[in-house]
Write a protein that binds this ligand. Structure first.
Ligand code: ADP
Ligand code: ASP
Ligand code: MG
Length: 418
């Protein structure tokens, strides 16, 4: 069996859905499982719904309406008024969402988040499955929440591998086209959970692992994994082959083209991962598999924007010792600040963090009681794997470098954007 993942960008409109059909015609669809994300930016739109819901904002009705309108337009573009069943099925999902928003009593933000945001994938897969059937490709719609079991860590749930393995082995039918949702799972009480933003790649890997799949292909709006994000680097080049180890490193440092959790399950069973263009599906793209580190061997650039550079020194000029560092880290952990770089000197300790959940104000208040805290907001962290002088010069040229760190394979540079 092959596992294919289609992300939001590939199905952002009716043309995108039709293109999935074209891709399947070209590459085959017998014995395939499609893992599908929400359409376009639907997850972001549903995040606005959740925010409006918790703020009891008068904008809630309009933000829900926007999600409905977007999907209804795609339905009209795809089916006109033929195939009433798809209109009914999608409408049913919207009614469920309305019902939840009206009747929910839970004040747990993360719980509510998962119940609401999941409609993006539930609806996209409903539309896609109907479209395939409409085009005479028989398709089975699978509710992933009956298969991927997780704990109750809403928004970043951890997979119960044993239960998930059992469910997937028992329930996925081979030799047909299956369609299921990326990003979702369910907890022991069968409430919906999610695996973290951009988690659909990970879902594809979970299925591939449990099914002993032949390969995973993630279909992208780029030709494959490149040595830099082509949105920011004009001369980005395609990488034909990357080892699992190297791909894990690139994803770890923030190459957003592959979700970092995706690679480990695949590496364990040596299942190859192909990253290919949904615009030119017959091109080879990138193969992540056992083998060469990187082919061609080029410096790889990874950019992380909107980082926070924090420098801590002790108020009395004493050394920053292990006990301080462990205290600082447990605080970061508690407030979900993700540490991307650390540098230590005798009396100061610098960290580059990502404050996804806007918690730094609180952390700063606590730290300031013990340390002198200096910080610079909105810095950019550049990572160059397999760096050379030319590569470093290119990144630094004309910019204000705040910090630089080297290891054998990797150079990291923090740049001030002001
Ligand atoms: P999906 O729709 O599957 O979620 P994403 O938008 O997450 O797709 O990923 C595709 C995007 O990743 C590309 O449009 C590209 O801008 C970006 N990207 C970042 N780093 C790289 C890289 N090294 N190679 C290719 N694309 C990259
Ligand atoms: N729809 C989810 C997100 O946008 C999951 C994914 O696309 O991978 O984060
Ligand atoms: Mg993505």
């Amino acid at each position: 069996m092959r596992v294919f993942k289609f992300g939001g960008a590939s199905i952002k409109d009716a043309e995108g859905i039709k293109n999935v059909y074209d891709v399947l015609q070209k590459v085959g669809y017998d014995d395939v499982l499609l893992v599908v994300s929400a359409m376009g930016k639907t997850t972001n739109a549903l995040e606005t719904v959740i925010k409006d819901y918790f703020e009891k904002s008068s904008a809630l009705k309009a933000s829900v309406q926007e999600v409905k309108k977007y999907h209804n337009q795609i339905l009209l573009d795809l089916f006109d008024s033929e195939c009433p069943a798809v209109f009914e099925d999608v409408n049913k999902k919207f009614l469920e969402l309305d019902y939840f928003l009206e009747h929910n009593k839970s004040t747990n933000y993360n719980f509510v988040y998962d119940q609401v945001v999941s409609y993006g994938e539930l609806i996209s897969t409903t539309i896609l499955a109907h479209f395939m059937n409409y085009k005479n490709i028989p398709t089975t719609w699978v509710d992933v929440r009956n298969l991927i079991k997780t704990n109750t860590n809403y928004r970043d749930a951890e997979v119960d591998w044993a239960l998930t393995q059992e469910n997937i082995s028992k329930n996925i039918q081979r030799n047909q086209l299956n369609i299921t949702q990326g990003f979702l799972g369910s907890d022991p009480n069968n409430f919906t959970t999610t695996l973290g933003r951009e988690g659909s790649d990970y879902t594809a890997a979970i299925f591939a692992y449990c099914l002993n799949a032949q390969s995973v292909t993630i279909w992208k709006d780029v030709p494959g994994v490149m040595n830099a994000d082509p949105r920011y680097f004009e001369n980005a080049q395609l990488l034909n082959q990357i080892s699992y180890r190297e791909a894990i490193e690139l994803a770890f440092y923030g190459a957003t083209v592959i979700h970092p959790k995706t690679l480990q399950p695949l590496q364990k069973k040596e299942i190859p991962l192909y990253v290919k263009s949904f615009i030119n599906p017959l091109l080879k793209g990138t193969s992540v598999s056992k083998g060469n580190t990187l082919e061609p061997y080029l410096p790889c650039y990874i950019v992380k924007r909107d980082q926070l550079l924090i420098s801590l020194s002790s108020i009395d000029f004493s050394f920053i010792m292990e006990e301080h560092i462990s205290e600082i880290f447990s605080l970061f952990h508690q407030f979900k600040l993700k540490v991307n770089l650390i540098q230590n000197s005798a009396i100061s300790f610098s960290v580059c963090v990502e404050d996804k959940f806007d918690n730094f104000k609180e952390v700063n208040a606590i730290l300031s009681k013990k340390f002198k805290v200096d910080y610079t907001e909105k810095v950019t962290l550049y990572t160059i794997r397999h760096f050379n002088d030319t590569a470093a010069q290119m990144v630094e040229e004309g910019k204000k470098v705040l910090l630089k760190q080297l290891s054998k394979e990797t150079m990291q540079i923090i740049i001030s954007e002001n």
